[in-house]
Design a protein around this ligand. Structure first.
Ligand code: F6P
Length: 549
């Protein structure tokens, strides 16, 4: 592929950037009454208003040219068709097949994978209905009331954000807990709240080798056996979700309690597979399938909407505009909905593990910025924490603002106040406050001319801070499925444009290797001298604190 920065559309964007970099959105809105109509897109009830961005008609046209020149549509079609686009792991990338609700064949190495996907969905339905209906009980006949998911990364973050967000749909009396951290505190604190006879542990791990998960699973197993004095009962209380049946069998999990998925599903894209088992247990299989339906609807939109109205493509292009032309380092996720509090954590893995790359698909170092730092917080909490920097700091933070029009918990006027804050923030970030406006406000307060001169600079807001508003009717399984798929495709499109493989994560492996090395050293309890001076001294000091009398 021709180098990104040499493409005609890229060069055109570079030249165009010089012309528009100082243009203020205030003026763009004043000049054009049609910005909302032009710069918005919809899929079902999900509306994306991207008019509060530093773009002109020409910017948007050039960004869409870029998408065409790198052949986003061709890559998209290759992904859906099961081509091996994960080039460093020689695999297709087929999380979309997991939610292919049309059930049309999808082939991997000549095999239609839909029958096996449907088989696991049926297994999930059978299992979850028996647990939820009280037919499958704990070893002593007690109802299962607590699900403990043991997994990390993609085997935790996806099901965790969905279960948290869909709490209003949970079965009464059913609780779900997530243990991920190898810090023993995580498991210990959760075990304080559950009883072995009414708890089902799901050991979720694509590889079934991840150290954190395996240690937590072993500790949970020991706790279970210690309290029940019934080793045989482990089989009733532990199930596995994995691509590695052999390792799960060695752990002691019965074949009938294993839920399979496949190596063409990336960890951070796996919540649509049996990794969604805690979701299905907590909400019911019907709700889980609605969640898949929503993602499928977004897939259809991504595959068929013209680029200019294609929500994931538009989000991706705007991200490129700020990342590569304005040098924005980060991207904010502000969900004005308490149920979505784990969304930034989920999107951090999705985006940063996918596009945190320096080497392109041809194995060369890129000479442009790739994936941004993703961060965020729920609204309106974010306003009282870091929004000062958003409004008056020196760093641009393009952000997505999400909100449902209806609340699941209508308490007096509270949701209307939340909505008002949501609209006010994106408007304030866009518009800012001019010197004249700030002066007029101070004068109206009766401030003296001297005070006005002193205070005035602090009261001015530059504005021109870009935001995407993502508004939908209700936060329900279908909508959440669509929103998460929207972000998956956004990340995919950006990876295509940056010419990187969004589906491997070799960078994560190196730390794991070193940790296992150091772990052996710690066990030896000898003074350490084989690492660098900092690491040696840190380890030795820590061991002295930990083990001295
Ligand atoms: O360490 C990163 C990672 O490999 C993620 O990509 C993955 O989601 C996570 O670990 C967990 O892996 P597994 O599901 O195999 O336990």
């Amino acid at each position: 592929m021709q180098k990104l920065t040499q493409l005609a559309s890229w060069k055109a964007l570079e030249a165009h950037f010089e012309q528009v970099k100082d243009v203020h959105m205030r003026d763009l809105f004043a000049q054009d009454n049609n910005r909302f109509k032009k710069f918005s897109a919809q899929m079902d009830d999900i509306l994306l208003d991207f008019s509060k961005n530093r773009i002109t008609d020409e910017t948007f046209r050039l960004l869409c040219d870029l998408a065409r020149e790198v052949d986003v549509e061709g890559w998209r079609d290759q992904m859906f068709a099961g081509e091996p686009i994960n080039v460093s792991e020689f695999r297709p990338v087929l999380h979309t097949a997991l939610r292919n609700r049309s059930n049309t064949p999808v082939y991997v190495d000549g095999e239609n994978v839909m029958p096996k996907i449907n088989r696991v969905l049926a297994q999930m339905r059978y299992f979850t209905e028996r647990v939820r209906g009280g037919h499958l009980r704990g070893y002593s006949g007690q109802l299962i009331t607590d699900i403990v998911n043991i997994g990390i990364g993609g085997s935790d973050l996806g099901p965790h954000v969905v279960c948290d967000s869909m709490k209003p749909y949970a079965q009464r009396g059913m609780n779900v807990h997530f243990v991920s951290n190898v810090d023993p505190t995580h498991l210990t604190e959760i075990l304080k709240f559950v009883k072995p006879e009414s708890t089902l542990f799901i050991v979720s791990s694509k590889t079934f080798t991840t150290q954190e998960t395996m240690l937590n699973a072993q500790s949970a197993r020991s706790w279970f056996v210690e309290l029940t004095a019934n080793e045989k009962a482990v089989a009733r209380h532990f199930v596995a979700v994995t691509t590695n049946k052999k390792a799960a069998t060695e752990f002691g999990i019965l074949e009938e309690n294993m839920f399979e998925f496949w190596d063409w599903v990336g960890g951070r894209y796996s919540l649509w597979s049996a990794i969604g088992l805690p979701i299905a247990l907590y909400l019911g299989m019907d709700r889980f399938e609605e969640f898949l339906d929503g993602a499928y609807a977004m897939d259809m939109h991504f595959r068929s909407a013209p680029l200019e109205k294609n929500i994931p493509v538009v989000l991706a292009l705007l991200g490129i505009w700020y990342n590569n032309f304005f040098d924005a380092q980060s991207h904010g996720i502000m969900a004005y909905n308490q149920y979505l509090r784990r969304l930034p954590a989920y999107l951090q893995q999705l985006d940063m593990e996918s596009n945190g790359k320096t080497i392109n698909r041809e194995g060369e170092r890129v000479d442009y910025l790739t994936g941004p730092i993703i961060w965020g917080e729920t609204g309106s909490n974010c306003q009282h924490a870091f929004f000062q920097l958003m409004h008056q700091g020196t760093k641009p933070v393009p952000s997505d603002f999400l909100i449902p029009a209806r609340s699941k918990n209508p308490l007096g006027e509270q949701h209307c106040v939340l909505l008002a804050n949501y609209f006010a923030q994106t408007r304030a970030l866009m518009k800012g406050k001019t010197e004249e406006e700030a002066r007029a406000e101070l004068e109206a307060l009766g401030s003296s001319p001297e005070v006005i001169e002193d205070v005035l600079p602090h009261k001015i807001f530059e504005g021109n801070k870009p935001t995407n508003s993502i508004l939908f009717e209700n936060l329900e399984p279908r909508t959440l499925g669509a929103l998460l798929a929207m972000y998956e495709h956004k990340v995919f499109v950006q990876g295509v444009i940056w010419n990187i493989n969004s589906f491997d994560q070799w960078g994560v492996e190196y730390g794991k290797q070193l940790a296992s090395d150091i772990q052996q050293e710690l066990a030896s309890r000898h003074e350490i001298s084989r690492y660098d001076d900092s690491t040696n001294n840190l380890i030795n000091y820590c061991m002295m604190l930990k083990f001295s009398d």
